[in-house]
Design a protein. Structure first.
Length: 254
């Protein structure tokens, strides 16, 4: 049974020892107090779990739960395991290296209630490997439907919030494809929902220089695969959407 005001925060953890303490600390600093933090350990081989265990021992924080995967299965399956285990009415995703501002949950839930929305996201700032913002922002539009989202991949995983009184766990479960997060947003929107954007920068998106997200060629391959193989779009319609995607992505990164 869902707990009515509870937010279930799902964090896939794989070799995140450099960042996980700060990420957890920013959850602890949330002005919205009714949350559970689900840390899904995807068989980390570094010191991630040692740092988490020390924090748990020091804090005696019952709102933090560690869920252990039996083998390394990737971020999509880790998030899906968290979805299965979540107890809250609301579900939020947070990547292990990203940073929430302290009012993120409070403001986003108020926004969701105001819009009577099932799916919301926020604007965000790009940051370096130390979590320091670089002054480059991704500003979300007020609302996106499926067709608009095909041309605008601005929705970022660590900004999203779902109302599970209006969605199902099956609908938000991530498919096992590359760029599974974008594929999930499209799946939800294709089912007839809209995503409402809160234009406040409440998340910092850490982008180390060697991260997958910084590999532009890989990003191009992934989005093209989503258009053609996942969404089944025609070649012409895929090119049409891709041109908008490329322009908007370039503008966000300069």
């Amino acid at each position: 049974m869902k707990q009515e005001n509870l937010v279930s925060i799902i964090v896939p953890v794989y070799n995140a020892e450099l960042y996980i303490e700060m990420t957890i600390q920013r959850v602890l600093e949330q002005t919205y107090p009714d949350w559970e933090l689900l840390l899904v350990n995807d068989c980390s081989t570094d010191g991630s779990m040692e740092k988490i265990q020390k924090l748990q021992e020091h804090l005696s924080e019952k709102r933090i739960r560690v869920i252990q995967q039996t083998s390394n299965q990737g971020a999509a399956r880790a998030r899906n395991r968290g979805i299965q285990e979540a107890k809250g009415r609301y579900i939020a995703f947070l990547d292990a290296d990203d940073i929430w501002e302290s009012e993120k949950l409070e403001k986003e839930i108020a926004f969701m209630i105001e819009k009577q929305a099932a799916f919301v996201c926020t604007s965000y700032e790009f940051a370096d490997e130390n979590g320091i913002g670089n002054g480059k922002y991704a500003i979300v539009p007020p609302v996106l439907n499926y067709k608009e989202a095909l041309k605008n991949t601005i929705i970022f995983t660590s900004t999203v919030l779902f109302d599970m009184n209006k969605l199902t766990k099956e609908l938000i479960t991530m498919p096992e494809v590359k760029s599974e997060d974008t594929a999930t947003w499209w799946k939800i929107l294709k089912a007839g929902y809209q995503v409402y954007g809160l234009n406040e920068v409440l998340v910092r998106y850490r982008r180390p220089a060697n991260s997958l997200s910084s590999n532009k060629l890989e990003a191009i391959r992934r989005i093209w695969n989503l258009y053609r193989k996942v969404e089944g779009l025609s070649f012409v319609y895929s090119v049409y959407n891709f041109l908008f995607y490329a322009i908007r992505t370039t503008l966000r990164r300069i």
